[in-house]
Design a protein around this ligand. Structure first.
Ligand code: 6GU
Length: 242
């Protein structure tokens, strides 16, 4: 998979050299290129922002450097790449989107800063890219870089060969709609806390049943929104007395 990331802070993307992503790059599974948006400016101050038309707080990213950067990347692309523009106003990123993006051969990340990128860049980019505006959640970051790192990590680990033990991808939170069961390792007694007896029993049937029950309980406690809606709640909305 080819990944291009455009940012005014290329150093923010340094973690892409580390750990599994770094190894995947060295193994040739990922071709990652980080670009400095300022390299696509032509003025002495390498200006990337200006004041917003219509007034208001903050600065807006100018369209010209973005067009030059995206043209340069599109010119090198074998097929139509997916352009991901991280931003709090985007579609919510989740495991399903990660799987979908993992099926693409070329992802490009346009990391905006300030109050955002001139809207015409989005219109113009649709000519050469499948454009997706993607948000990590309902809170505000200072720019798209941290979001790009999160999306890249979630996507790259789904690619064949990036994670050594492919089985560890299967029993994961969000792969089947439930959170993960709790895990323990040695020692079996530690600071007054014990490993649940069932895990020491060697009874694989009981262990599987216990783990499934733990997943249900955890999901109900921490993320009830992930569970199918109980019949009584739906009936209540229909004014059915149960
Ligand atoms: Cl993707 N970008 C920014 N700037 N803020 C965010 C976000 C993305 N997701 C949540 N907040």
């Amino acid at each position: 998979m080819r990944l291009d990331v455009v940012s005014i802070f290329p150093a923010y993307l340094a973690p892409l050299d580390l750990s599994l992503i770094g190894k995947a790059r060295r193994d040739g599974l990922l071709d990652v290129r980080v670009h400095d948006l300022r390299d696509f400016t032509h003025d002495r101050h390498r200006t990337v922002d200006d004041t917003p038309y219509g007034g208001g707080a903050g600065m807006v990213m100018k369209p010209e450097p973005w067009a030059a950067a995206l043209d340069s990347i599109a010119g090198q692309a074998d097929s139509r790449p997916t352009l991901i523009i991280p931003g709090p106003g985007g579609q919510r990123f989740d495991q399903q989107m990660a799987r979908e993006l993992a099926g693409r051969s070329h992802l490009v990340f346009a990391c905006g800063r300030y109050e955002g990128i001139d809207e015409r860049v989005y219109q113009r980019a649709a000519r050469d890219f499948d454009v997706r505006i993607v948000s990590l959640g309902d809170y505000v970051l200072n720019g798209g870089e941290v979001a790009a790192l999160a999306i890249i990590e979630a996507v790259a680990r789904l690619l064949p060969g990036v994670i050594g033990n492919a089985a560890s991808l299967v029993e994961e939170s969000h792969e089947d709609g439930l959170l993960e069961y709790p895990v323990y390792t040695k020692p079996d007694h530690w600071q007054g806390h014990s490993v649940p007896e069932v895990l020491l029993s060697g009874d694989h049937g009981r262990i599987a049943a216990w783990r499934h029950e733990q997943r249900l309980q955890r999901t109900a406690a921490r993320r009830p929104d992930l569970l199918p809606r109980p019949a009584a709640a739906s009936a209540g909305e229909l004014n059915i007395v149960v």
